[in-house]
Design a binder for this molecule. Structure first.
Ligand code: SAH
Length: 437
């Protein structure tokens, strides 16, 4: 018998056996557990039986919570989830400055505006849509998902019905037979426009016309349907080739009072409501006067860049994905914003350019992918010497690493603000403000 001491980064309960830590699924801090285990080199748990219940434990809403793996914290009440996330930030960044209360959602459900489902056949030969079971190739069907926009599941259910009716076969990853691999759905949180993208293993799609016609008939809310061809065996969902089956292949949505055009491939934050909170907070922390020259590094389709535009004199956006920069330029036109420059380049290389050209920067916004910033980027950021850096991150560990480095060059953390973008999962988003001493 032993007591769980905490949750690890993946949401599993930590217990100690002798001097080793082991991880137990579905176990919360302070809960007592009876373990059966063997010890060779390391302890190996054979069975675990929970003996007590934490006050933070709740019944997960989702019926496939333990098989899906998409949510790791649905068995923890939301308030305790937020506390756990704040503590996580505190433990990694607390030594640099005080961590503010995490900004959570009032209604932490149905927030995902993007859904990806995979298809399979059930024993009765009917098409089912779902997600791969954790670490396997087995599709777990779902007819509802509590964290997604509810419209997505309705469209997926119709799609399964129609695929069964027209005998359109789901692709089988092991046998490499069949046609439809995945369906990606994007829903404009504000606009309610809907994009459906069918990812197929081959460009030849029999019964395509009937499928599109009937799907639209049943769901007039669908704005556009595209087909994407992905014939590689890879876990990456989308292939290169795309064909618009109806509509324009794009939807629009509103964010921070601006309009954004989004395609199947665009990077667009999945929780629109919290993204606004995140961006507004980040801008507030920058204390802008309207006179600044600002860089938005790792800018994606320009959502932060364009939100910043009306609060500053000039803003540069840099992003490595060509299509994203094309989207960003179009979004600038769409919103009639002309004090922005979008550049397709590696953020580090571009930073070198700016320093060489002696471009003055007052504030730099940084929002890198999980691996954080490159050393080259940080080295030249230090040389550019902006008075403030607003560092947004979806991985606090790499953020802490980069901040430690910046600290050595006279940048000091003076504000740390986590935002909960992904309720019921272990993902944490965090904003840090650094000032030049
Ligand atoms: N700020 C945007 C996007 C953040 S995601 C938003 O909030 O929507 C991080 C972005 O960094 C992605 O668009 C990714 O394509 C881009 N990226 C990844 N590596 C990069 C690099 N080396 N240089 C520039 N951009 C990069």
């Amino acid at each position: 018998k032993t007591i769980c001491s905490g949750l690890d980064a993946s949401g599993k309960g930590i217990v100690k056996i002798k001097n080793d830590k082991v991880l137990i699924e579905n176990l919360l801090p302070q809960e007592e557990v009876e373990l059966e285990y063997t010890i060779k080199k390391e302890p190996k748990v054979i069975s675990a039986m929970r003996l007590s219940e934490s006050a933070d434990r709740v019944k997960p809403r989702c019926r496939i919570f333990d098989r899906c793996g998409g949510c790791q914290l649905q068995h923890v009440n939301y308030k305790a989830q937020l506390e756990w996330k704040k503590e996580k930030v505190q433990s990694l960044l607390g030594r640099y400055g005080q961590v503010q209360e995490i900004l959570g959602m009032e209604e932490p459900w149905a927030y995902r505006n993007k859904v990806i489902a995979t298809f399979s056949l059930n024993k009765k030969g009917k098409v089912i849509a779902g997600i791969y079971e954790e670490d396997s190739h087995q599709v777990v069907p779902y007819s509802e998902c509590w964290i997604q926009d509810a419209m997505a599941a309705k469209i997926l259910n119709t799609l399964c019905e129609l695929m069964t009716k027209f005998r359109i076969e789901p692709y089988d990853e092991d046998k490499r037979t069949g046609l439809v691999r995945h369906c990606l759905i994007r829903i404009g949180h504000v606009s309610r426009e809907v994009l459906v993208c069918l990812v197929c293993a081959s460009p030849i799609f029999p019964a395509r016309k009937q499928l599109v016609q009937q799907l639209r008939g049943r769901h007039p809310e669908i704005t556009t349907i595209v087909m994407n061809v992905n014939n590689r065996s890879t876990s990456i969902v989308l292939g290169q080739q795309e064909r618009v089956l109806c509509g324009t292949g794009k939807i629009q949505d509103q964010l921070c009072g601006l309009r954004f055009s989004i395609t199947a491939k665009s990077f667009y934050q999945i929780n629109t409501q919290q993204t606004e909170i995140l961006y507004y907070k980040a801008m507030e922390l920058a204390n802008l006067t309207g006179q600044e020259r600002v860089l938005d590094a790792y800018c994606g389709i320009g959502t932060i860049t364009l939100s910043l535009a009306k609060h500053v004199k000039k803003v540069y956006g840099v992003e490595v994905v060509y299509q994203a920069i094309e989207d960003a330029k179009n979004n600038a036109l769409l919103n009639k914003i002309d004090n922005v420059d979008f550049v397709c380049d590696d953020a580090g290389k571009y930073m070198v350019e700016l320093v060489k050209k002696n471009t003055h920067l007052d504030v730099v916004f940084v929002d890198p992918p999980r691996k954080g910033c490159s050393k080259e980027f940080l080295d030249y950021l230090i040389q550019a010497k902006p008075s403030k850096i607003i560092y947004i991150s979806c991985d606090v560990a790499t953020q802490a690493r980069d901040i430690k480095y910046l600290q050595e060059f006279n940048y000091q953390v003076d504000m740390c603000q986590p935002v909960d973008m992904f309720p019921h999962t272990t993902h944490i988003e965090n904003i840090v403000r650094l000032k030049y001493k």
